[in-house]
Design a protein around this ligand. Sequence first.
Ligand code: XLS
Ligand code: NI
Ligand code: NI
Length: 439
Amino acid sequence: MQDSFFPEVPSQIPFEGKDSKNPLSYKYYDAKKVVAGKTMAEHLRFSVAYWHTMKGSGKDIFGDDVFQRPWTKSNDMMERAKATLEAAFEFIQKLGIEYYCFHDRDIAPEGETFAQSCKNLETIVAQAKALQKSTGIKLLWGTANLFGNPIYSQGAGTNPDAHVFAHAAAQVKHALDATYELGGENYVFWGGREGYETLLNTNLKHELEQMARFMHLAVDYKNKIGFKGQFLIEPKPAEPSKHQYDFDSATSLAFLRQFDLIDHFKLNIEANHATLAGHTFEHELTVASAAGKLGSVDANRGDLLLGWDTDQFPTDLYSTTMAMIIILKQGGLGSGGLNFDAKPRRSSIDTIDLFHAHIGGIDTFARGLLIADQIIKEKALDNFIEERYSSYQSGIGADIMAGKVGLEDLDQWILKNGKPTMKSGRQEMLENVVNSYII
Ligand code: XLS
Ligand code: NI
Ligand code: NI
């Protein structure tokens, strides 16, 4: 085994404060600093996404691999998987964060047969368990890759062929076993190809029922083995399918309610998926949080000029501030965290670029946390919002909300009280308030 995969990086990226010019230092993220009663590390629960960071090659549909990673030297796929895992733990340790996330097929290669794939996974899980123990790094969530293998080209749980459904279900069983074995704190379902290309060949109602059955099977198995992690659905409107069933937070919540799954799931909200759905990141977070279902976050950003999942590292302070306001107000993410489902650009070819990318994302969220805490503590927005809804606290408003009045009562009330006076929403003033905390 190689001594170090990142020899140019010190044993831990230090916190040096905002005036430091050292690119390999944190300007805002000070893991032990206490903010609103918890350390930054406890609030933010950062995680490295194995698929992008360890397995990403810079490949796109127009061109081949560009990144040469020192952990991909062996042509023996199991040897390569072992080296990749060593490198992952060194990387996470040097970043000084606590979590990682994976798909089964990220950490272990697919074998000739399903049985061989399961064996490969078990071998790597044993190695991961030992590395977790020696480093203290933990698994935020595991998941199954149900979109890469050609058999899933027409869906996994929503495939028209029950044989494929069974294969996907068996794969989830093993991915759940792996996540359980590694003490994973959550398990994610992202419906990569759970959608359709054309209604000409699709029975949408049947596919939704299949998907619900698939989820119920997973819930039953989770209970059977005693896995206590949180199940999460990660909404995304499209890509790779033209239309995906877990379109956005609202659609996913409706699906969970319709099929009696709501008590078993929360949502994992990804910034770039929100914008693909025509929403803002904060809209999706807020819808999930309002339902008590904001479980975790895939922290990244899209590009306003590109219409796909560009999975860039978050650098927009306005967006991370808004996200942290929502997260702080619901009392944190519980067992969830901020997983960098993000990749450096194809032109960022050096391994060190992975550090720059993560440091930027970590600092942007750390600074967002500090600003959000100030905004909340000083009630900079809350005072206005409370006042804006204050008419529901007493009088007719309180009666409306308590269900004490009907349409006839309201008709009488209006006849007596006349027209309402208009009040400004003061959007621009509030935008200036937020900017005054950010700038
Ligand atoms: C892809 C998704 C995926 C999930 C995990 O767009 O974000 O990476 O997070 O399957
Ligand atoms: Ni994601
Ligand atoms: Ni994504």
